[in-house]
Design a protein around this ligand. Structure first.
Ligand SMILES: *Cc1c(COP(=O)(O)O)cnc(C)c1O
Length: 390
């Protein structure tokens, strides 16, 4: 019997090492990684500059705690502020923790303005994590069931629906913030309209609400811009980051700007590990490589190439609902459940994911080569076709 707590239905495979977009299993077989450990391995595997930065930092100092200044954390905060336009950063270790910080910030912001029981508007099909507050914010009953009582103080509306949000503004005076993903990841690669994002910004300004964006999955250059909100030319008040930030080393961030700045003060929040020197070195190296290697532009071009190649390869196949996404955050929605494709793809040497039952989710590393993209489409499209024509 395994001593692992049974929280995951794991695939029967383990990897010994990786190189670029390829992972190698214990039997020496190789797999094209079109998932990046769920949008985490931004730079692929064994990237020399990342490995070097981590090894050097490990040899200098790994951890000191937030009881002392951490110069690398200050540098990383400066760097994130520069590429986002946000003002200040709190470092955590995972997406749910970054979102916990955002939710706490919103509540404190509300209390400071005399709102007794501040509420946060959240969306259907959203995913914000597995802690009690973030699973309560998540718009998926499967994530919540069995963990009641849920954390209160969330008001749920349909995604991308401005009228629904307008009604909340009329009827719920305790609302102090709106939290959503510019592109819903777990929910099936659902892209928020640019007009919706801009209208939410205006609504938040009008009602003194915080616009809080969960960019844990879509942030860090994956969509062809540093952050999803930049497609709409707006600035949120709060943004959370995690997955791709450290290319596999756990590091997360909650950023504040404008009227959210200065809300969290000493004693309000903290983290023992958050932003330790090792994590910050990995994140700084990730951001540097994205910049110096032009990976943002690359994500956009390659994403287009992959989407249009799939569209061509699957042209005329009935059962394809849509091929969507931005940059290297790609969803192919079918008219039926397609979880079985994960096994078939793996057997054909590809690592992919299916989410929301019927959406094939592709999140390749930003270092994916053109030849990797062509192999992915060349091998996966026939499997999709086969499944739909069976
Ligand atoms: C993965 C994810 C989270 C949770 O991150 P963890 O690191 O697993 O806690 C939160 N929000 C979004 C949008 C995510 O994709």
């Amino acid at each position: 019997m395994s001593h692992l707590m049974n929280t995951y239905g794991r695939q029967p495979i383990a990897f010994t090492h990786g190189e670029g977009a390829w992972l190698f299993d214990e039997a020496g077989n190789k797999y094209l990684d079109a998932l990046s450990g769920i949008a985490v391995s931004t730079l692929g595997h064994n990237h020399p500059r990342l490995v070097d930065a981590i090894a050097r930092q490990a040899g200098a100092v790994i951890h000191t705690s937030n009881l002392y200044r951490i110069p690398l954390q200050e540098q990383l905060a400066d760097r994130l502020a520069a590429c986002s336009g946000m003002d200040e950063v709190f470092f955590a270790n995972s997406g749910c923790e970054a979102n916990e910080a955002a939710i706490k910030l919103a509540r404190l912001y509300g209390h400071r303005r005399g709102v007794d029981k501040p509420a946060v508007v959240v969306m259907e099909q959203s995913f914000h994590g597995r802690t009690l507050a973030t699973l309560s914010a998540t718009g998926n009953r499967k994530v919540q069931v069995g963990f009641e009582p849920l954390v209160s103080g969330f008001v749920r509306v349909p995604f991308n629906d401005l009228d629904a949000l307008g009604k909340v503004a009329m009827n719920c005076p305790s609302v102090v913030a709106v939290l959503f993903e510019p592109i819903q990841g777990e929910g099936g690669i659902n892209v928020a309209d640019v007009d919706y994002m801009r209208a939410v910004r205006e609504l938040c300004d009008r009602h003194d609400w915080l616009m809080m964006l969960d960019e844990v999955q879509c942030g860090i250059a994956r969509t062809g811009k540093w952050f999803g909100f930049q497609h709409a030319d707006i600035l949120p008040d709060v943004m959370t980051l995690a997955k791709g930030l450290g290319s596999g080393v756990p590091v997360a961030a909650c950023l504040a700007a404008g009227r959210a700045t200065g809300t969290l003060q000493p004693g309000n929040h903290g983290s023992t590990f958050g932003g330790n020197p090792l994590a910050c070195a990995a994140a700084l190296a990730t951001l540097e490589v994205i910049d110096s290697d032009g990976l943002m532009a690359r994500a956009e071009i390659l994403g287009e190439r992959i989407r249009s190649s799939f569209a061509a390869a699957l042209d005329g196949v009935s059962g394809i609902r849509s091929i969507r996404g931005k940059g290297l955050m790609i969803g192919i929605e079918l008219d039926r459940a397609c979880g079985a494709l994960v096994d078939r793809a793996r057997e054909a040497g590809m690592l992919i994911n299916v989410t929301a039952d019927r959406v094939i989710r592709l999140l390749p590393p930003l270092t994916f080569a053109d030849s990797d993209a062509d192999q992915l489409v060349g091998r996966l499209a026939p499997l999709v076709r086969e499944m739909l024509e069976a």
